[in-house]
Write a protein that binds this ligand. Sequence first.
Ligand SMILES: [Zn+2]
Length: 128
Amino acid sequence: MSKTRPLTILMRSLRQRCPACGRGRVFDGWLAVRDECEECGLTFNRGPGFYLGAVYFNYGVTALVTVIVFFTLYLGFGYAIESIVWPLFGFCLVFPLLFHRIARSLWLGFDELFDPHAKSEPSAEDNA
Ligand SMILES: [Zn+2]
């Protein structure tokens, strides 16, 4: 477990900053994750498939928000199901695209919290 407090890592992840130092930016452009932190050198690109976990974060948050909004509107405010479903369907298509960067940053912070300063495996090119 990281020495950095979980709330600090969460706030750094939400700001899309390095979970270790809080200064370096995680992204270089819209989709590309930097290979490492420009400030402290923490490895961001931890190998193929590492950011698959971010998909689960993205899916979970999307599903949770959808369910909460649906039941709030349906049971709390008495909206008809037909008037709720299509807007929520649109939300389910658009929100994951907008949340993509934060989900990746949260996944990086989650990994840093439980496996601090993990380094990527040396590639075959490094051994040549
Ligand atoms: Zn850093």
